[in-house]
Design a protein around this ligand. Sequence first.
Ligand SMILES: *Cc1c(COP(=O)(O)O)cnc(C)c1O
Length: 221
Amino acid sequence: MSIADQIKHFHSIVPQDVEIVAVSKFHPASAILEAYDAGQRAFGESRVQEFIEKEKALPKDIRWHFIGHLQTNKVKPIIGKTSLIESVDSSRLLELINKESERAGVVTNVLLQVHVAQEEAKFGFFPQELRDYLDSGRYKDLKSVKICGIMGMATNTDDECRIITDFKLLHDIFIEIKGNESYDLPDFKRLSMGMSGDWPLAVKEGANIVRIGSAIFGQRT
Ligand SMILES: *Cc1c(COP(=O)(O)O)cnc(C)c1O
């Protein structure tokens, strides 16, 4: 199937209330334009330099989701260019995004990344670490970031039970935070989980953003 056909296919099978982010990292601008012409508007990038170049060259109504690990020294160039930074994996990074957003006169939408997978290599707050941070209330002073929900990844495995367990855990944490009025997070509505290989399970467990790369664009080289 062509990229355009994949876009149409995914929009026909993913429920309407779930946002599809087409993960275009490592793929050229021409591939993004093909998806764009088929109606896709939300794209995911994971590297700062690549994102900056694509953002400059491509249509302004694209909603860019930054989904990669963000080093603190690379925050500034992406501020004002993203629709959602999904991969905020530390309080330090959140505070820095706030500071740079304030300087730029913008409010940046973010998701907090939660680490539930059985792999050390992944980033994110551990569930208890996230609870402790939210309990501290420190984020309430950050007026130039809007915390819109959480993002997570399941363990990279063929074991469906493991994947479902990971997604259920992410969903439980999402519901717990959303339901805690003392956190005072009115925009906390988004649960981003699921990729090409596991998105149907993620949607079943309550995801309202899925991040699909290789199933749309083919293998990354
Ligand atoms: C690369 C990436 C994806 C997309 O992965 P595919 O398996 O190609 O769909 C989704 N989320 C994150 C955080 C990624 O880095």
